[in-house]
Design a protein. Structure first.
Length: 297
């Protein structure tokens, strides 16, 4: 008979060596690309935070307006004011990185609390958590964000906190379903019979061993969504404003010169948005595929 401390982890253990054995070739490629994007984002954020940059992001050079890529001293060229594009792309990560972590942290924390309350204890807590989740789900997310922006003109951190709150129902639903599944397997009853405290059961044996992978996947997909929302708001003029660079306002500023045949100042940040969002999505999808295969074993 299997002892309780050798619990069956329903969602897979990321530290298990078989994690890599179960990954298909395409999953490994997707994961490698996603991890590369994550690494580049983190390194770029650190470079921007420490001001270890190729150029001053606000430095104007009127002699090099709209310089093409590979211009001496400017690897990716310059924008409509002669500012270095590579430097501004690096600094642009500041616009969504910390606000994005706030949104993800808000969604995972509140969503986990609601999911545990609904799935573990049930009863009135389940009713209240389900009601709140349905209430949040009933609001169109973009409309709600635009209403808050129009009414309060908040900074990007408050906007991303709202984004995180709107993602709470998704996380809560996943955690609740996982706990209900464990209850069907008599997992929680066995732990209670062994005299384990509720806190140990919830934090260690449910969240850490059985919901960890779900939360990691939601975090990667959530960051992709955060980048899309932040860049969209900046493009529309509701997010980060010039002269502070954001990939969204860089696309908007460069788009004004499309009719002159100057595509690169807008295309470069647009490609950065596309490749970064795709990287986070592929990382989340590959993790999900691998862990689903492990569950089938």
């Amino acid at each position: 008979m299997k002892k309780y401390n050798e619990h069956p982890s329903e969602s897979g253990d990321l530290s298990d060596a078989s994690f890599w054995k179960m990954a298909g070739p395409m999953d490994l490629i997707y994961m490698g690309y996603g991890l590369l994007i994550v690494l580049l984002v983190i390194v770029s954020y650190i470079l921007g935070a420490t001001q270890y940059l190729p150029h001053d992001p606000q430095a104007v050079n009127l002699e090099l307006l709209m310089a093409p890529p590979h211009t001496p001293g400017h690897l990716l060229g310059t924008d409509f004011m002669g500012r270095d594009l590579l430097t501004r792309l690096i600094i642009g990560i500041q616009a969504y990185f910390l606000p994005g972590l706030l949104a993800i942290g808000t969604a995972l924390t509140l969503g986990t609390c609601c999911g545990v309350a609904a799935g573990y204890w049930g009863g009135r807590l389940d009713t209240a958590a389900t009601y709140l989740s349905n209430l949040l789900d009933s609001f169109p997310r973009l409309v709600l964000i635009l209403l808050i922006v129009a009414a309060f003109k908040p900074d990007i951190y408050l906007i991303m906190a709202v984004v995180g709150i709107t993602n709470v129902p998704t996380v809560a639903h996943l955690i609740k379903n996982k706990i209900l599944f464990l209850k069907q397997k008599n997992f929680i009853e066995a732990a209670t019979a062994l005299g384990l405290k509720n806190a140990v059961i919830i934090f260690k044996h449910i969240l850490w061993h059985n919901c960890r992978s779900v939360l990691i996947i939601q975090a990667t997909l959530g960051m992709a969504e955060v980048i899309l929302i932040e860049t969209s708001l900046s493009y529309l003029g509701f997010g980060v404003q010039e002269p502070t660079p954001s990939w969204g306002n860089m696309v908007q500023s460069g788009a004004n010169y499309f009719m002159q045949g100057k595509f690169w100042p807008s295309t470069a940040p647009a490609l950065a948005i596309l490749l970064t969002i795709m990287g986070f999505h592929l990382l989340g999808d590959s993790l999900n595929n691998i862990l689903e295969k492990k569950r089938d074993q």
